[in-house]
Ligand binder design. Structure first.
Ligand code: SF4
Ligand code: F3S
Ligand code: FES
Length: 252
């Protein structure tokens, strides 16, 4: 709907976009956070990735932001777009108003301007939650290539689509208050490995990992994660399921 409102008619003059970027370089003691305004002319099919590249190429080569794939696959271009977490490479400027505000994702370590270190947090969380298949014997290891029912493989693949962009963490009130909360991305990973028959961990083992306030019981069902996930992962369903399952284990 918003996209339709801002879309230009074929012969309209191109819009002038005013893009305000929150600038800060934490490595420079003299740097203080400030909004810097850039003005560019909108082009047909322009994404925020294209807009930021144009700004960096023509106005300010010191502007920091991350991109790798430009196709919504690597997760590195996540930022706050008019206050909402999203992928810059998948956001068309025509779906936004003429004044756009960009800021780095909150919560993650700031590298500079729009660039944050999601990788460090994702790696730490993966290690904490041991997000790899735990095959307990050599025979199990051989079975890693065993045939799997297509429906089950599809269900696992659905959860494996997470690109670790960090949007769900940036959109979660609990994560902003509780530093060690694993967030929807962490809970989604646990749901993925619980489904996998090659993983020999029991429900009790998973309870050990997420059966506390930094895990599934810290989630207050705010559902910002579900709303902003750019891959539309079924986070609401997975978190609700894990909560029920872990609550039963906690009572037993
Ligand atoms: Fe990004 Fe969605 Fe994965 Fe969260 S669950 S990191 S929002 S892809
Ligand atoms: Fe946060 Fe999502 Fe739970 S927004 S509180 S992880 S439902
Ligand atoms: Fe890879 Fe945007 S550049 S998701």
């Amino acid at each position: 709907m918003i996209g339709i409102l801002h879309r230009r008619r074929r012969n309209d003059a191109p819009r002038r976009l005013e893009i305000a970027v929150l600038r800060h370089n934490p490595a420079d003691p003299a740097s203080t956070p400030r909004l810097q305004q850039f003005t560019i002319e909108e082009a047909e099919g322009m994404t925020l990735f294209i807009a930021l590249n144009e700004i960096r190429a023509t106005q300010d080569p010191s502007l920091q932001f991350d991109f790798v794939c430009r196709a919504g696959i690597c997760g590195s271009c996540a930022m706050l777009i008019d206050g909402r977490p999203g992928l810059a490479c998948r956001t068309l400027t025509r779906d936004l108003g003429p004044r756009i505000t960009l800021a780095p994702l909150p919560f993650f370590e700031l590298i500079g301007d729009l660039s944050v270190n999601t990788g460090k947090w994702m790696r730490g969380t993966s290690e904490r939650l041991q997000t790899w298949i735990h095959a307990s014997t050599k025979v199990d290891a051989d079975a890693l290539e065993a045939r799997m029912e297509p429906e089950l493989a599809e269900a696992i693949y659905e959860l494996d689509r997470c690109i670790e962009c960090g949007c769900c963490i940036a959109g979660c009130g609990t994560a902003q208050m509780r530093e060690d909360f694993v967030g929807a991305v962490g809970l989604n990973k646990i749901a993925r490995f619980r489904l996998d028959p090659r993983d020999r961990r029991s429900d009790d083992d998973f309870y050990e990992l997420i059966g506390d306030d930094d895990g599934v019981f810290g989630c207050m069902a705010l559902l910002g994660c579900h709303d902003v996930c750019p891959k539309q992962l079924p986070l609401q369903t997975q978190i609700a399921y894990l909560r029920r399952k872990m609550a039963v284990l906690g009572l037993s």
